[in-house]
Design a protein around this ligand. Structure first.
Ligand code: FES
Length: 148
């Protein structure tokens, strides 16, 4: 199993947890809950330590991502530009709650906390492509884009 191999590769290195978690996510797309005891044992940490790091960092997924990933900015500058209402519209239009993946596995909607485009919010990243000044019309365009 790839996770076991990665744990063995990283065991014994100082500060190995974050590099190991990134390596697992890069290889299989998420950090399975079942991997937490193996990671803890391999790095001589408690399961709570590993679980705490996995759940603290928004970049780590605990389930496979959808085919399309919409990362929507929730940080202050975008909030000041009306992102909360746009986020609600986005979730409704995409048919998925923030932080979740649609039941058909087609779309994931994830929170991010600043994309570095603060002056042009509300902002999102759709399959790695930035979108700025998102209004209700843009929400519809994004929904059409990720519908295929
Ligand atoms: S606050 Fe949204 S991009 Fe910076």
């Amino acid at each position: 199993m790839i996770v076991e191999q990665l744990v063995v590769t990283h065991a014994g290195s100082r500060g190995a947890l974050l590099p190991l978690l990134h390596a697992i996510q890069r290889e299989i797309g998420f950090i399975p809950d079942e991997a937490v005891p193996m990671i803890a044992a391999g790095l001589n940490l408690s399961r709570a330590d590993v679980h705490g790091v996995v759940t603290f960092y928004h970049d780590f997924r605990r389930q496979p991502a959808g085919r399309h990933v919409v990362k929507f900015c929730r940080a202050e500058a975008c909030q000041a530009r009306g992102s909360a209402a746009i986020e609600t519209a986005m979730a409704l239009k995409l048919g998925v709650a923030m932080g979740d993946t649609r039941d058909d596995g087609h779309i994931s909607l994830e929170a991010v906390y600043c994309l570095g485009l603060c002056a042009t919010g509300p902002n999102a990243m759709v399959d790695g492509q930035p979108f700025s000044r998102i209004d209700h019309a843009a929400v519809s365009r994004i929904a059409d884009m990720v519908s295929v």
